[in-house]
Design a protein around this ligand. Structure first.
Ligand code: UDP
Length: 476
């Protein structure tokens, strides 16, 4: 778009890893195309983002700036230093956290006034940004952080409530007006598509309404992965949508400081044979109970498979019972427990990794697809049960653990050790795996091609940049 003068775009991610990581990646894609990008965040989140940007270490880093807005946490009853959903320790506080984000509107508008960007790409959790942008005649794009498959399924659930036509919570129904004859139960749908989900009654309606009025949406995905659903979203739901997925060649620091020396972790993987290790991680937000962790440990041991298991727990305290007696001693050399944050993309892309036990968060799912790794699906909440359907029934690159019930944050114990053992054994069983692995590798190749010059995501990005350029030259 050099005909239109340099574009300047604001990116405003919601302060949660699953939102910040992909939106910062997206900002980098725009920067690589010569677009000036500014990431808006709060003071405590700025260092995380600047570290991510620094590690890109290319010419494009200078096209990316960070602007901070003070986060009014203490004034609204949040603890000091609470600027990230990670530090919202109880689910009751989440609505308060959301409310605090709305207080960023005024300083955000000051930034718009002074910098006059050509476009605002803001998270779905910030519905007020559509109005802010409109005040300055700037288009706002929405970023949800979820797949087209889940965007469509969520819309359909809230429109038609198809689970109301079943006799019980566990009876299967077909998702209506949706490609692929996908069946689900009421228990799996949970509350994701309802206003109960955020515990803030007016918020959901406001976000939906704001999305309707926005210029369109950007989705972290690639066309070949969920073609039918991307088409469906654009044609049936009539939304303008662009696909932008990150270039997987960028093996960089993501989100947090890793809790393990990356080299040590990769060196350990180097000692393992190809496709032999199962990687177990449930994203950034799921917090399992000790009893569930215990079952996972027992299941992994019983499977006999080598593993890397990421547990969001610090050093095991005395009397804490989430590991069987003598587990770590017995598993020496066989398994690696990472307490805290794992360098997930590096791990997934190592050739020793043969399968991924995942909660089906969209970022993790897409990272597994891009790395060509088959999945053992263990959805917990949010839109993860939809992603499971995509992985198992549409892409056919996984084995389900068989979780039956959606939950807000995954505190219940829902899979016993023998179920874990069985799923791990199944994914590594030869015939099962060969077909799945082949399909996963094909998808990984498609993911790579999509972001290469002239690939589907790359061209889509060009189209969007072109369009924004035209828009801003018209409004000048
Ligand atoms: N992640 C990571 N190390 C961890 C846990 C998570 O790098 O120990 C990253 C992961 O690669 C992904 C993101 O954090 O990019 C998690 O996003 P996802 O959508 O999978 O799940 P969420 O955390 O939003 O539930």
């Amino acid at each position: 778009g050099s005909n239109y003068g340099p574009l300047h775009i604001f990116f405003f991610p919601f302060m949660a890893h699953g939102h910040m990581i992909p939106l910062v990646d997206m900002a980098k894609l725009f920067a690589a195309k010569g677009v000036r990008t500014t990431i808006i965040t709060t003071p405590l989140n700025a260092p995380i983002i600047s570290k991510t940007i620094e590690q890109t270490k290319t010419h494009q880093s200078k096209e990316i700036n960070i602007q901070t807005i003070k986060f009014p946490n203490v004034g609204v009853g949040l603890p000091e230093g609470c600027e990230h959903s990670d530090s919202v320790l109880s689910t009751d506080l989440f609505p308060i956290f959301l409310k605090a984000t709305t207080l960023m509107q005024e300083p955000f508008e000051q930034l718009l006034l002074h910098q006059r960007p050509n476009c605002v790409v803001a998270d779905w959790f910030f519905p007020w940004t559509t109005d802010s942008a409109a005040k300055f005649g700037i288009p706002r794009l929405v970023f949800h952080g979820i797949s087209f498959f889940s965007l469509c399924a969520t819309k359909i659930m809230s429109l038609y409530k198809p689970y109301n036509n079943t006799c019980s919570d566990s009876e299967l129904f077909v998702i209506p007006n949706f490609p692929g004859e996908i069946k689900m139960t009421r228990l799996q749908v949970g509350n994701f598509h309802t206003k109960d989900n955020v515990g803030h009654n007016s918020f959901w309606n406001e976000a939906e309404e704001s999305e309707e009025r926005s210029y369109g949406v950007v989705v972290n995905s690639f066309y070949e992965l969920e073609k039918d659903y991307a088409d469906h979203y654009r044609n049936v739901h009539g939304r303008k949508a662009w696909l932008c997925n990150r270039n997987k060649e960028e093996k960089i620091f993501r989100g947090n400081e890793a809790s393990i020396d990356e080299h040590e972790c990769l060196k350990w993987l180097d000692t393992q044979t190809t496709n032999s290790v199962v990687y177990v991680c449930f994203g950034s937000a799921v917090k399992f109970s000790d009893s569930q962790l215990l079952e996972i440990a027992m299941g992994l041991e019983a499977s006999g498979q080598q593993f890397i298991w990421v547990v969001r727990k610090s050093i095991q305290e005395k009397g804490e019972k989430w590991l069987p007696e003598g587990f770590e001693k017995r598993m020496e050399g066989k398994g690696l427990i990472i307490r805290g944050w794992a360098p997930q993309v590096l791990i997934l892309e190592h050739e020793a990794i043969g399968a991924f036990v995942t909660h089906c968060g969209w970022n993790s799912t897409l990272e597994a697809v891009s790395a060509g790794v088959p999945m053992i699906t263990w959805p917990v909440g949010a839109e993860q049960f939809f992603n499971e359907k995509l992985v198992i029934e549409v892409l056919k690159i996984g084995v389900p653990v068989g979780v039956k019930k959606w939950s807000y944050s995954g505190v219940d114990c829902c899979a016993k050790w023998d179920v874990v053992e069985k799923a791990v054994k199944m994914v590594f069983a030869k015939e099962e795996l060969e077909g799945m692995r082949k399909r996963a590798k094909v998808l990984a190749q498609m993911a790579r091609r999509a972001v290469e010059e002239g690939g589907s995501s790359d061209s889509n990005l060009d189209v969007l940049i072109q369009e924004l350029g035209t828009l801003s030259s018209l409004s000048r």
